[in-house]
Design a protein around this ligand. Sequence first.
Ligand code: ADP
Ligand code: MG
Length: 231
Amino acid sequence: MIGELILSEKYQSVGQLAASISHEIRNPLTTARGFLQLMNMDKLSKEQFERYRKYAYEGLDHASHIITEYLNYSKPNNETAKPLHVKQEIESVVQWLHAYSVEKNVTIITHHMSERDPYVQAEPKQFQQCLLNIMKNAIEAMPDGGLLTVQSRLVQDQVQILIRDTGIGMSAEQLKRIGKPYFTTKESGTGLGLMVVMSLVKAMNGKILFRSKLNQGTICEIHLQQVAREE
Ligand code: ADP
Ligand code: MG
């Protein structure tokens, strides 16, 4: 696929991330609480009541989305990083997304190209969070269904994971903005998913890059150092 290529250098430190995330979750919860309180008022019209209820739900849903994007996320801690079997990690995240992909009419295919099974040094939940956020975006980029291909390969001593979709793609302008906090083109997006991914990949000493073309699709590549399997 010919398209734009960017190497993303935007990231916040993991500590900064944790702070902004708690803030982001508290906001919609406070809003939801406010609307629930309003619903207790006397003499509300049915329309007002329904509107407040809708806003309260939206606040709760928004908080819930943010939590999903950070579900597995915790401070990187070298003690908890360990050699991870890349193929197994990919397969479990694909399993988590199974119901979601069926609902969205998306087929997920995985290819593991290397003869030996590669390992990378990472904290399992953080690694899974990266894959989850990228694959979720890929599925969301295919509103009419499509194909999500996840490939792992070994290039010299580098483990490369490619996540490719046949979705709406991104313009050069959009590509420049991904990973910036709150950049979203989705009605109920958080614009935090890729920010988290970029910070975590950075913490793993890895690289991430995106190629995309409008109406054709997007490829995201993660490159990480291969490590030996634990004795
Ligand atoms: P969110 O998913 O909440 O919008 P993200 O940080 O995960 O936040 O993504 C930011 C934006 O990047 C998305 O709103 C979308 O515009 C764009 N994007 C990310 N991945 C893809 C993709 N695979 N195809 C098209 N656009 C994408
Ligand atoms: Mg997202």
